[in-house]
Write a protein of this length. Structure first.
Length: 745
């Protein structure tokens, strides 16, 4: 339906475009013809007025040459006046001629009443006297004469033999002359004519309302006169509104510059026509054409609308018949479709009307009762269930017939003797008024489901009661569930953990490469086992042993990640303690011989790369046996701890204080400045250990003998340095104790 309308639309638009183009073409022709006529008329005015100015200029030129000679004769003034009278009558439009001397006094005129008048203050006198050019025609702006006449003047300057201003001749031109000259050329009553001085003042106009004679058109920057002057050419044409009457007009301008003379100012001729008068016939034609076009559009649209309605009615009849056939086919297909779907369902589906007769049963329902669809159709629910089972179901039947859905479980014995555990649903069916007209019966065998639920309860019990933390995440790593042990170990309750990712527990103790390797192994092998450091909710970092296994759900293909872990903090601490005791003295917690040798060897290797000094001080307590014997071994142990603390307080953190066993200690000095500094440290150690120590109420006093070995002077290996320092210590004991000795070179 849309395509014919589009065709009609574009056809009518095309027709409208052709008619519009024809109207526009007619408009352009009318405007162009009128422009040519007005421009030609303005040009004709220019020729006529130019001839008048030329004749007037020639007349004045003759007088300028004869006037000085006549004035010098006895009767010259009278003769000059007579000649002026004859010339004013012979030149059309000239009504007065005057001769003004250099002082501005009229000395001769065809009108005797003007003789003797002074014009020295007039604009014409000033213009001609300031720049006298005997070859130039001076055209004045319109003015009112002393005799009360509105006119313009044409003047020629007179100069003496020295070229100085000697007066001027002036011809007074009646503006009505322009009307006589111009009105003869008018061809329409709506035309207007005007003559304007080059300075912008209107000299003559056929427009009477309002009277614009003397109006200065140059004062309005937007005036058509100023637009013509700005064009720079002698002729111009414009279609615009006239400021004085605000009517739209066709206007042709022409500046009058006579070819054979020189003038100080031009005259501007304007001829115009009313646009409404010019375009009147065209507007009538346009209205008639538009009416014809609208009539064609209306006729075509109404005709096609009537046709389309009749055609649409016919189409509806055809479509209704087709729709009826389609609905019949659809009902048949729908019934087959419903039968196919319900027969494919594992559950029992049936429909009973309000009288409790079976109207529909799927194949599973028929198989359950081992009946055919013909036998099942129309059977009552009482006949189908039997009196005993029907009585049990009666409350649910009454409920669904009252409009409420029913759901209940039953153990049923099938026709083959097996027992089924079923879930039954009775769903009411309402008509348009809301009355129950029957109900749908859905029965599902849930025996396998109930057995699976029992298995799930067992699994849930194991999940919640195991001592290991368990976390289950989906394939994107989002935590789905956690058990109580997870909360007990990590501190995160289930509602804070679920929805997060395992990064919740990340301690940043391991490098990113470690975690990447873990997930690579899970991806490739499906499982990872190992120890890892994680963080509890309170911020504590702890070690745990963890197993992460990837599990795929059967059928859906969805993956789950199950993490099982337990806290191994106690085990780790025991291992740490065992490792610590392997390198430290159990009593003083100082490094033992093994750790001392390791550090000494490392310092020797570093000294070989970057030479520096090392010193080994071997100490043995003097009088320690007496303390043990007199005060007891407990006091002796306390004394050894006190000595260890004193030694640690006398050296730097980069130095090492070690206990080799019994009352023997070793101090490893890293990078002492020289031997003198080592000896000063030995003196401070002896002085500090000699101070009495109060232990558990008893006072104990011991001394110490020290042997010193310097690297590399007294040995280049750890064993040599310790042996030489030990030998030097024994020499200190033999030579008086409570002193130090350097190893022999």
């Amino acid at each position: 339906m849309a395509r014919p309308w589009l065709t009609i639309f574009f056809t009518l638009v095309g027709l409208g475009g052709l008619l519009g183009y024809q109207l526009y073409d007619d408009y352009s022709d009318i405007s162009s013809q009128e422009q040519q006529r007005l421009v030609s008329l303005a040009s004709a005015f220019n020729a006529n007025m130019g001839e008048q100015l030329r004749a007037s200029s020639a007349m004045l030129g003759v007088l300028t040459h004869t006037a000085p000679t006549l004035l010098s004769e006895p009767e010259g003034v009278a003769r000059l006046n007579t000649r002026m009278s004859l010339l004013s009558e012979s030149v059309t439009g000239i009504r007065t001629i005057i001769l003004v001397n250099a002082n501005g006094i009229v000395v001769s005129s065809n009108r005797s009443e003007l003789v003797g008048l002074g014009f020295s203050g007039s604009e014409r006198y000033t213009t001609i006297s300031e720049g006298p050019d005997p070859a130039k025609l001076y055209i004045s702006a319109p003015f009112t004469t002393p005799l009360g006449a509105y006119t313009i003047s044409l003047g020629r300057a007179i100069v003496n033999t020295q070229g100085e201003f000697d007066g001027y001749l002036l011809a007074i031109l009646a503006p009505d002359y322009f009307g006589v000259l111009m009105k003869s050329l008018l061809y329409a009553p709506d035309m207007r004519l005007s003559v304007t001085h080059g300075d912008g003042k209107v000299i003559y106009s056929t427009q009477s309302t309002p009277d614009i004679r003397g109006l200065d058109l140059s004062s309005n920057p937007q005036s058509l006169f100023n637009h013509h002057k700005a064009s720079g050419g002698p002729a111009s044409f414009v279609i615009d509104r006239i400021a004085s009457t605000n009517d739209l007009r066709y206007v042709a301008f022409h500046s009058v510059w006579p070819a054979s003379i020189v003038a100080d100012k031009e005259l501007v001729v304007a001829v115009s026509r009313d646009a409404s008068a010019v375009l009147g016939p065209w507007k009538t034609s346009a209205i008639n054409t538009a009416g014809l076009y609208l009539g064609i559009v209306l006729t075509v649209c109404l005709g096609y609308l009537a046709y389309s309605r009749r055609h649409a009615a016919y189409q509806r009849l055809v479509l209704q018949e087709e729709e009826t056939n389609k609905q019949a086919d659809a009902i048949a297909r729908s019934e087959r479709f419903i039968r196919t779907i319900t027969d494919a369902m594992p559950g029992l589906v049936a429909y009973f009307d309000r009288s409790l007769r079976c109207c529909f049963a799927n194949q599973a329902y028929l198989d359950w009762y081992q009946m055919t669809s013909e036998a099942m159709s129309g059977i009552t629910l009482l006949e189908l269930l039997g009196e005993s089972l029907f009585a049990k179901n009666k409350p649910y039947i009454d409920g669904v017939l009252a409009g409420e859905s029913q759901q209940f479980e039953r153990f049923l014995t099938k026709r083959d003797g097996s027992v089924g555990h079923v879930l039954a649903n009775y769903i009411p069916d309402f008509d348009e008024s809301g009355d129950v007209i029957g109900f749908n019966l859905l029965v599902t065998d849930i025996k396998a489901l109930r057995m699976a639920e029992a298995d799930l309860k067992v699994a849930e019990t194991v999940f919640e009661n195991t001592a290991d933390g368990i976390m289950v995440a989906d394939e994107n790593g989002v935590i789905l569930s956690v058990n109580d042990a997870f909360t007990e170990i990590t501190g995160y309750p289930a509602h804070e953990a679920v929805g997060q990712t395992p990064r919740l527990l990340r301690s940043n103790h391991h490098a990113p490469e470690f975690h990447a390797a873990v997930w690579q192994q899970i991806t490739e092998q499906g499982e990872w086992k190992g120890e890892i450091w994680n963080r509890r909710k309170n911020g504590e970092i702890f070690p745990m042993r963890q197993t992460i296994r990837r599990v795929a759900e059967k059928g859906s293909g969805l993956r789950r990640y199950i993490s099982v872990f337990h806290d191994i903090t106690d085990v780790w601490r025991k291992n740490e303690r065992t490792q610590h005791l392997a390198f430290h003295d159990a009593l003083t917690d100082l490094p033992n011989r093994t750790l001392l040798l390791e550090r000494l060897e490392r310092q020797i290797v570093m000294s070989e790369r970057q030479p520096r000094c090392l010193a080994v001080l071997f100490l043995d307590l003097d009088g320690f046996k007496r303390v043990n014997d007199t005060l007891g071994h407990a006091i002796g142990d306390e004394l050894l701890k006190a000595v260890a603390n004193k030694l640690q307080g006398l050296v730097r953190q980069t130095d090492t204080v070690a206990r080799l066993g019994g009352d023997e200690f070793v101090v490893l000095l890293d990078s002492p400045q020289n031997q003198e500094e080592v000896e000063n440290i030995a003196d401070r150690i002896i002085a500090s250990i000699n101070e009495p120590v109060e232990l558990s109420g008893a006072v104990a006093k011991v001394g110490t003998s020290i042997g010193i070995a310097m690297y590399p002077e007294h040995g280049r290996s750890s064993s040599d340095l310790l042996k030489n320092a030990d030998d030097a210590m024994y020499r200190a004991k033999h030579e008086g104790k409570n002193t130090y000795r350097l190893a022999s070179g």
